[in-house]
Design a binder for this molecule. Structure first.
Ligand SMILES: Cc1ncc(COP(=O)(O)O)c(C=O)c1O
Length: 467
């Protein structure tokens, strides 16, 4: 790559220069502002499931970007479709015009959603899709004369984004945030962790589920159902560490919502568009019909930013015959963006044509098998969990190791695995004592084996050093 310097000469841009600009000028998500800059892996190009760093090293993209690059990198037909749409019509205001890609995408999405989830609001990503869903519930309750029904039930370890409202309903982040990042605490009612791995010794998964449902109902009754507008839940709590709720939990929590007239929002930002082998996971995998689904990420496979809040026809109908002439004053300059919509349509075409959902369903048992075998084989793995092409390894300090080694595993296992994997050619996402992965959905069985072989070697290294 070249750049023009101030003398007008072309200089080659070095990886060191990029690193310097990064540390001097760029603020990344969830940045720490410490004195020392942090050397991030510099990614220069990507193809299929692979990233190449600035030194030419080839890395399997374990996290699939950020749970998003579902069809893999470098698809020429995506580039062509995006470029054609730019030349045809780059932008149209969603306030007073419509355009073919956005309208067609809304139709195509609603053909894939369960039940009467027929109305689509487009956003720029997941956070504002969540904001839109929550603001819609508030708006609706004002319109139908229930202005007190506004509180939001949400969950510890849930993550719904970084806008003020999405962060308010996110449990993940609060562990760090409490003293430094403000949220609207009064609005959110945080239900305790549902992770079956956290259940007390001697408690069965079924008993744990019963306890979680009772806890939820007691909370609803103590706050008062007339105060609670909605419940927001990820089918799998992704950023909280790929937490798979106990069997039956989703159905029973939906039943509670129905019983107490609470809108159920399923945040499928991660699970939507194929991660678990279906367009959406709520109905197909967990058997629930939400009132609203939010999605983003896999919608465009990360080629362009876009998200959506998909709202049921019955919720819309319930305001039509009330004060529905009051506008829902929520919107973004880039809602209904024609180029992003074209990317999403092309992404969906590729997924359908290449049978990517079927591929995920076929390949997931092998992925999950290899994941669970690591949990069985190594003491340092406290839990190996996942579903579809989502996985998490949670580290556990050995009872026989020193206090210092145990503390290190409890706080830095993710980081240690990240380092041990990267030098072997795999990126993972470290989260405190966990490392998580969600590779592009096009990954083959032999690439899954490559990935787990590296994970296994990395575990051996970390275990040798800290047990
Ligand atoms: C479940 C879920 N919801 C919402 C978001 C926020 O999406 P975005 O970062 O696109 O705003 C995320 C991001 O990871 C997510 O995992």
């Amino acid at each position: 790559m070249t750049s023009q310097n101030f003398d007008g000469k072309n200089d080659t841009i070095t990886p060191e220069q990029v690193q310097y600009w990064d540390q001097k000028h760029l603020i990344h998500p969830w940045s720490e502002f410490s004195e020392d800059g942090f050397d991030m892996t510099q990614v220069s190009r990507a193809d299929g499931i692979y990233l190449y760093d600035a030194h030419g090293n080839k890395l399997i993209d374990g996290p699939g970007g950020m749970w998003c690059v579902n069809i893999g990198y470098g698809r020429k037909e995506m580039a062509d479709a995006i470029s054609e749409q730019i030349m045809k019509m780059t932008y149209s205001s969603p306030w007073f015009t419509t355009n073919e890609p956005a309208a067609m995408l809304a139709k195509v999405i609603t053909e894939k959603t369960p039940g009467d989830l027929n109305r689509v609001f487009f956003s720029n990503g997941g956070s504002d899709a969540v904001d839109t869903a929550l603001r819609f519930v508030q708006y609706r309750n004002n319109v139908i004369g229930k202005p007190d029904k506004k509180k939001i039930l949400c969950r510890e370890k849930g993550y719904h984004g970084s806008s003020y409202l999405a962060a308010t309903v996110s449990g993940t982040g609060r562990e760090h945030d409490r003293r430094y990042m403000d949220t609207h605490h009064d609005l959110a009612i945080m239900l305790p962790n549902i992770n079956p791995y956290m259940r007390p010794t001697g408690t069965s998964v079924e008993e744990w589920c019963n306890a979680k449902i009772s806890e939820m109902e007691e909370t609803i009754l103590s706050i008062g159902p007339d105060q609670i507008g909605c419940f927001i839940a990820e089918p799998i709590l992704a950023s909280g560490g790929v937490i798979v709720p106990p069997p039956g939990y989703h159905k029973r929590s939906l039943e509670l919502c129905k019983k107490h007239d609470i809108v159920y929002i399923s945040d499928e930002t991660v699970t939507g568009f194929g991660r678990l082998g279906h367009w959406f996971a709520s109905k197909e995998i967990f058997g629930i019909q939400p009132d609203i689904i939010t999605c983003a990420k896999g919608l465009t496979s990360g080629y362009l930013p876009m998200g959506a809040a998909i709202i049921s026809e019955s919720l819309i109908d319930s305001i039509k015959n009330k004060d529905g002439s009051q506008p829902f004053t929520n919107g973004y300059t880039y809602s209904c963006h024609p180029v992003a919509a074209k990317a999403a349509l092309t992404n969906i075409d590729i997924m359908s044509r290449d049978g990517i959902l079927e591929h995920v369903r076929k390949i997931s048992p092998h992925f999950q098998n290899r994941l669970r075998n690591l949990g069985k084989k190594y003491d340092i793995i406290g839990d190996a969990r996942g579903v579809g092409l989502l996985g998490c390894l949670e580290g556990l300090g050995s009872k026989n190791s020193s206090e210092e080694a145990r503390l290190k595993i409890d706080t830095e296992f993710g980081q240690m695995m990240d380092e041990a994997c990267e030098k072997r050619g795999l990126l993972v996402r470290p989260i405190i004592n966990m490392c998580v992965f969600s590779p592009p959905l096009i990954i083959t069985q032999s690439e899954i084996d490559d990935m787990f072989d590296i994970l296994e070697d990395a575990i051996v290294e970390v275990q040798q050093n800290y047990s």
